[in-house]
Design a protein around this ligand. Structure first.
Ligand SMILES: *Cc1c(COP(=O)(O)O)cnc(C)c1O
Length: 412
């Protein structure tokens, strides 16, 4: 087992495979672009000046390190809940506060890495896909910062649903292109961005928003997000003198989760939980690709996907627009199959309850995405002993979600 554990951080192989997942299933015309990107990324990784420039931005532009915060009232609340059922447990809960980053979520960590790489490659035109608009806003932000042209593909349904983020992107100087194909949501926006990339080979860089897509994107996005887990490790040792006992994060494509998890994968004492969106329930409409999907190929990689009996991609549903991608990053598919990470799911209703609990007890309005992780924390923390150190990634802030929540609660 120990030998096997040592391999958890070593993936992917040179062709981008995590076990049977990942790879690069792309049109021949795209292959040279992907190989060129990989070559430049490998070189950048070895270059101390690249890391220095990124670190400098993460410190002074993003506001890193993000705090590791002891959520005392939530901890006490769940301990009382345990006591009420005759148990003496209740883990000590820490929040990794990615919601305090510039632009309000973890996405900026990855975007800045990719934009610095684009500059290194001499690319002047940046394209991105977005669903809820959070990755689009982060990309538009970084492009404004560096004076780069920015085009964001967004399903026309999402353009309607996510107006404030469309305005934000426009204000930052980006061009938002509504996508009319397919279901007119994230999956279709990603297809359109891939199409743009092949037709504008010379000057264009495709900035992907999660740990998915063809190799090297899943590994590259993970590497840029690993700052979350690396900081957590340092901060927990500082606060408690040891590693955490468990980690929790929500999963859309899986970037905030893999960023927290990866630095701990080879620590067998650390339990790791990823939380998918169970929407109305796993037997109804949901976005839990691991719990309710099966392996297939989408957007250049093999992974778990929501598909109908004919293999057609199905639309995911979640109350949280950032979690309704019908796939998941290939590394998570592999971590599920190896059993290293436990994947759970939380329904819309559970996420809503956890959202309110966090706001009222901690004075922190989380995004609906991490509210899914919080829902499972509320369930599992009372079962753990009081000296159990638990970390949950608060991947983003909830300002964008207050109207959705108000609609569901029928208030305001
Ligand atoms: C986009 C988003 C997610 C989901 O994306 P991952 O790649 O799975 O991290 C989660 N939380 C927030 C706040 C987001 O904006």
């Amino acid at each position: 087992m120990a030998e096997k554990l040592n391999s958890f951080r070593s993936g992917p192989d040179e062709r981008g495979h995590f076990g049977i997942f990942g790879g690069r299933f792309v049109a021949e015309t795209l292959m040279p672009l992907i190989l060129d990107l990989e070559k430049h990324y490998e070189a950048a990784k070895q270059d101390p000046s690249f890391k220095a420039e990124l670190d400098n931005l993460l410190t002074h532009y993003v506001g890193r390190p993000s705090p590791l915060y002891y959520a005392e009232r939530l901890t006490d609340h769940l301990r009382q809940k345990a006591a009420a059922s005759g148990a003496s447990g209740g883990a000590k809960i820490y929040f990794k506060r990615e919601e305090l980053n510039h632009t309000g979520a973890h996405k900026i960590n990855n975007v800045l890495g990719q934009i610095l790489l684009a500059r290194r490659m001499g690319k002047t035109r940046i394209i991105a896909e977005t669903g809820a608009g959070q990755h689009g806003v982060a990309t538009a932000t970084a492009c404004a910062r560096f004076g780069l042209e920015c085009i964001v593909y967004m399903g026309s349904v999402d353009v309607e649903r996510q107006k404030p983020n469309v305005f934000r992107m426009n204000m930052l100087g980006a061009k938002v292109v509504p996508v009319q194909s397919g279901a007119k949501t994230l999956k279709d926006a990603m297809n359109e961005a891939l199409r743009d990339w092949v037709t504008n080979v010379g000057n264009t860089f495709y900035c992907i928003g999660t740990a998915a897509g063809p190799h090297p994107y899943p590994a590259m996005v993970r590497d840029f997000q690993c700052v979350i887990g690396e900081e957590t490790r340092r901060q927990m040792v500082e606060a408690e003198g040891r590693l955490p006992d468990s980690l929790f994060a929500c999963i859309g494509g899986g970037s905030n989760a893999i960023g927290l998890f990866h630095p701990f994968l080879d620590e067998p004492s650390v339990e790791i939980y990823g939380v998918e969106a169970a929407g109305y329930g796993l037997d109804k409409k949901h976005a839990a690709s691991l719990a309710g999907g099966r392996p297939g190929v989408l957007h250049g990689n093999r992974t778990y996907l929501l598909m109908d009996a004919d293999g057609q991609i199905e639309e995911g549903h979640s109350i949280s627009a950032g979690l309704d991608y019908p796939g998941i990053g290939p590394e998570h598919a592999w971590l599920k199959e190896t059993g290293r990470v436990t994947y759970l799911s939380a329904t819309d209703a559970e996420a809503l309850a956890a959202f309110q609990l966090c706001a009222k007890l901690e004075g922190i309005i989380p995004a609906l995405e991490p509210a899914h992780a919080l829902a499972k924390v509320a369930e599992i923390a009372p079962q753990e002993p009081q000296d159990h150190l638990l970390v949950v990634n608060i991947s983003g802030r909830g300002d964008k979600d207050i109207f959705t929540v108000a609609d569901h609660l029928g208030g305001m």
